[in-house]
Design a protein around this ligand. Structure first.
Ligand SMILES: [Zn+2]
Ligand SMILES: [Zn+2]
Length: 303
């Protein structure tokens, strides 16, 4: 089946049916009355409209799809690649011969081999291919997963994440899709990496937008009615022992003043403001800062 852009509902449908080995065939609407009857209002016999629609959109026979998508997925090729894999190859042979190695004898094997070895009871060779029987989390269904050699991981992910039936799902859904048919160690890690690096996904995520606070416009009536203050720093300590800058600016006149202070503390800020700003310009009716309401009320109390 091919779709120009497979997303959303259609992709989910295909994902759902892909677990089954099935053949699909198009059935003309006229002959489909058994299923359609449940969802359609009855038409009169030989309804002119239905007939016209059917002849106009001549639908081609849909190619049957099995559980495996394309060439290279036949049992012979799969077996070859499994045998070539340094971890999966030996396990395949051992499962096939029904001879499980003793733990003492595999001490020097790779962690990957040991992990497959530990799952011995779930492993089976069918059609020459090593598979793992897996019970879904709900325990309702058992799935035979093909053990995927490292060399094949890329193929599987490009097919299941971005292929015609991919739909560019996120990590969990892609992992879920993988599990319906395949198994390999560290699949989640591989999928996370794959999704992170997928260009299509990155493009559809778009640029990260940051939430900004709403901008307000203030109507100012008179000089030094409303004063904004801000703290800059900390900077390297000055000879006087100051590390921060206290900036105060009047909204109306835009008159700025700047004072060096040792550190950011309400009592210090209040003291400096009173001694340098308020005593010359008067106490403003409102004091603004981006430090939050707490800071402002606390500060005014200090003042
Ligand atoms: Zn009709
Ligand atoms: Zn993607």
């Amino acid at each position: 089946m091919s779709f120009r852009k497979l997303e959303g509902q259609t992709a989910r449908w295909i994902q759902r049916v892909q677990e089954y080995n099935f053949t699909s065939a198009h059935c003309q609407g006229r002959k489909h009355s058994n299923a359609d009857a449940l969802s359609r209002r009855p038409c009169q016999e030989k309804c002119a409209h239905c007939h016209k629609v059917e002849t106009r959109t001549e639908v081609k026979q849909i190619r049957a799809i099995g559980t495996l998508p394309a060439a290279g997925w036949d049992p012979v090729t799969l077996r070859e690649e499994q045998l070539e894999d340094t971890d999966i190859g030996p396990i395949l042979r051992e499962v096939e011969n029904g001879q499980r190695q003793k733990w003492q004898d595999i001490a020097d094997r790779s962690p990957t081999y040991k992990s497959y070895w530990a799952q011995w009871k779930s492993l089976a060779v069918r059609n020459g291919v090593l598979e793992r029987d897996w019970e879904s989390a709900t325990g309702r269904r058992q799935v035979a997963q093909i053990i995927i050699p490292r060399s094949r991981v890329k193929d599987v992910l490009s097919e299941l994440h971005g292929g015609p039936s991919g739909g560019h799902f996120g990590v969990n859904k892609t992992l879920n899709k993988v599990r319906q048919r395949f198994y390999w160690l560290q699949a989640r890690t591989d999928i996370e990496k794959w999704c992170r690096q997928c260009d299509t996904c990155a493009a559809s995520r778009g640029p990260r937008t940051r939430n900004r606070g709403q901008m307000h416009q203030y109507k100012i009536g008179a000089p030094f009615e409303r004063v904004a203050i801000d703290i800059a720093g900390p900077f390297p300590r000055s000879y006087q022992g100051n590390r921060c800058l206290l900036i105060a600016m009047d909204y109306f006149t835009k008159w700025p003043e700047m004072y060096a202070i040792p550190y950011q503390e309400d009592s210090i800020i209040a003291e400096v403001l009173v001694a340098n700003f308020f005593c010359r310009f008067g106490i403003p009716r409102e004091l603004h800062s981006d430090q939050g309401r707490n800071f402002e009320s606390h500060l005014l109390k200090e003042v």
